[in-house]
Design a protein around this ligand. Sequence first.
Ligand code: GUN
Length: 292
Amino acid sequence: MTLIDGKATATAIKQQIAEEVKDIMAKGGKQPHLAAVLVGHDGGSETYVKNKVIACEQCGFKSTLIRYEDDVTEEELLACVDRLNKDADVDGFIVQLPLPKHIDEQKIIMAIDYRKDVDGFHPINVGRMSIGLPSFISATPLGIMTLLRHYNIETSGKKCVVLGRSNIVGKPMAQLMMLKNFGDATVTVCHSHTKDIKKECLDADIIVAAIGKPDFLTADMVKEGAVVIDVGTTRVPDATRKKGFRLNGDVKFDEVAPKCSYITPVPGGVGPMTICSLMKNTLAAAKKEYYK
Ligand code: GUN
């Protein structure tokens, strides 16, 4: 069993990005600039955004954090998106999800200029990605594909089961895995209405677990030699930790790991790769790699 080290892989990629940024700036180019909009004080979102700001520093990017309280109106948020769309210094920006219930998330995403949508959530980027055109790709699935490549894990012709069908992870993950000349895998997506998830998983060479249910994937659901990618990061109360919680993956790691050829840990697996993919997307935005 090989433990996939997402933290080390992400560090190496961020170093490459930092080198490239140095080059760009030495030639008189503009410093890449990522802005993040954070609404409210959700613990998970605070941590994600803080880590994104730190990653920007590591990559030599400029970063701007714009904060709103939970009672921000949809109009105020749309006006903020409009300002960021028009700000020539901002290469890309994200609006951290989830948003409070009184705000229509999809409306906010649709208002983002797709050329600055480094999250890859806008329908133009989602659509372009699904037909194999250059586009910003959702950071978690992109990070997972990068990780598989980094470890020379074959996906072509393999049976891949994706657990979960979210717009952010499950759906784009399935698209990338099946994409011609990219994942080239045979893909099954399982969700709450799937009849026999265990049967589907037992047939899989690669399992990507992204359903947000701690310890959902157990050893009896995994084929010997499978590759298991754990996207789960549920905060579970844990009195032995300083913060009073730990991050728990969707995989029952201790019993699943011995059966695997490769497995990602939580934390230190997919999480760091997500952030590093956002940095890649931001650099691509600054270089106008996909859109003029
Ligand atoms: N919430 C959870 N993951 C993400 C992400 O990748 N981007 C944004 N904007 N919000 C998130």
